[in-house]
Write a protein that binds this ligand. Structure first.
Ligand SMILES: [Zn+2]
Length: 71
């Protein structure tokens, strides 16, 4: 049996001097943006990466639960 798995990768980064601990760059370019900003300005930049792996497909929605509203 084939195991279904899905991996997602979240990246957020910022500059200590310009943004403090607040993330300023998000997504796949966040790492490169932090590196480039450091090269250009000499500021200390940081980057947090989250790797999430899920095994198995999502089951059917539970009928007793309210549907999440998106509006
Ligand atoms: Zn900066």
């Amino acid at each position: 049996m084939k195991r279904i798995s899905e991996t997602s990768h979240k990246v957020r980064s910022g500059c200590r001097d310009c943004h403090g601990d607040r993330a300023h760059w998000l997504g796949r370019n966040a790492l490169a943006m932090a590196a480039r900003h450091h090269d250009r300005t000499g500021h200390q930049t940081w980057c947090e990466q989250e790797l999430r792996t899920v095994y198995g497909a999502a089951g059917p929605a539970h009928p007793d639960l309210f549907q999440e509203t998106t509006s």
